[in-house]
Design a protein around this ligand. Structure first.
Ligand code: FMN
Length: 327
């Protein structure tokens, strides 16, 4: 049923968090999980000065998440992304921040199903990689099941390749993005219902998933799960994903080994002018729950941003966590 199985488990797009360093680190723990970029706006890609599409090969399978609402601009960005080697494009129809609303994209697009469908159609006509949508179950007072189905009908019509549903609605006024990830209640049943009503559409659920047991429960109803904050804050959860969810049983690296395997990448990045802290900030949670975890975090937080900080800071931090205290 699922024609691209990596969608079975993905790490959510998270602005300021899932940058290329984070993704490289995450890939050291799972070969199969699908990784997402942060949301990148069409304006940044088409008119920005920096390279917003950079990534390194090992990060794949990698999805570029786009923020935008102009079908032609989205299609132009999709073409650039395909040329750069991205495996998939995802359109953000779920972000509630004010900045995004001013640009008329993100969650407020739920109220413009025709524009969303046109955007997907334009991208699909322009590229051969899958084009998907990440959305919420509703916005503001528009939170009926029928409202959600209107959006989905339009997407199915233009052949969207998959849908990821954050199982809570967003309040566009009055709540911060952070509150919008916590206050509106989760409604997984609504996503299950959607899958029952659109059985041909590949569908993944997102929101509040903290363990692989929970993920497995959702996978009895759906094609995929997407995990955000837990994967970032407790990244070693990714080390069990390949065996538990993809049936690929190999010897996963220990936490210390993951960090050792990150060191060559760190050296390479430092030689290109990256600060150590830009890479290590994503690794703070890897020893979560183990003796020495706090000392690891503290040593990195206090030293990784200093001028000239290099791999020796990481090694010194790692030495604070006893290596053979766990299996
Ligand atoms: C720091 C942060 C940044 C986020 N940025 C994005 C983003 O760029 N695009 C997006 O679709 N969702 C974004 N989200 C929402 C997540 O993708 C996800 O939908 C949400 O955190 C719920 O999943 P979780 O409970 O597993 O974290 C962000 C979440 C966080 C915590």
């Amino acid at each position: 049923m699922n024609h691209y199985p990596s969608a079975r488990f993905s790490v959510a797009p998270m602005l300021d968090w899932t940058d290329r360093h984070c993704r490289y680190f995450h890939r050291l723990m799972s070969r199969h999980a699908q990784l997402y970029t942060e949301m990148v706006t069409t304006g940044a890609i088409l008119y920005g000065k920096g390279d917003y599409l950079g990534f390194s090969e090992p990060e794949q399978p990698l999805v570029l998440q786009l923020g935008g609402s102009d079908p032609q601009a989205l299609a132009a960005c999709a073409v650039l992304a395909e040329q750069r080697g991205y495996n998939e494009i995802n359109l953000n129809v779920g972000c509630p921040s004010d900045r995004v609303q001013n640009g008329m994209f993100g969650a407020c697009l739920m109220a413009e199903p025709q524009r969303v469908a046109d955007s997907i159609a334009a991208m699909k006509a322009a590229v051969s990689i899958p084009v998907t949508v990440k959305t919420r179950i509703g916005i503001d007072e528009q939170d009926s099941y029928e409202f959600l189905c209107t959006l989905v009908d339009g997407l199915v019509e233009v052949g969207v390749d998959a849908l990821i549903v954050h199982a809570r609605k967003a309040w566009l006024k009055g709540l911060s993005p952070k509150e919008n990830r916590e206050i509106p209640p989760l409604d997984y049943e609504r996503v299950y219902q959607l899958k029952r009503d659109y059985p041909q559409l590949i569908m993944a659920v997102n929101g509040g998933i903290k363990t692989l047991d929970e993920a497995k429960q959702h996978l009895t109803q759906l094609d995929g799960v997407m995990v955000g904050r837990e994967a970032y804050q407790n990244p070693y959860i990714l080390a069990e994903v390949d065996a538990e969810l993809f049936g690929d049983h190999y010897q996963v690296p220990s936490r210390h080994e993951v960090i050792r395997r990150l060191l060559p990448y760190i050296e390479q990045q430092l030689s290109q002018g990256t600060y150590l802290g830009n890479v290590t900030r994503h690794t703070l949670g890897i020893f979560q729950g183990l003796p020495g975890a706090r000392a690891w975090r503290r040593h990195l937080s206090e030293n990784a941003h200093k001028a000239g900080a290099g791999p020796e800071v990481v090694e010194a931090a790692m030495a604070k966590v006893p290596e053979f205290c766990y299996v």
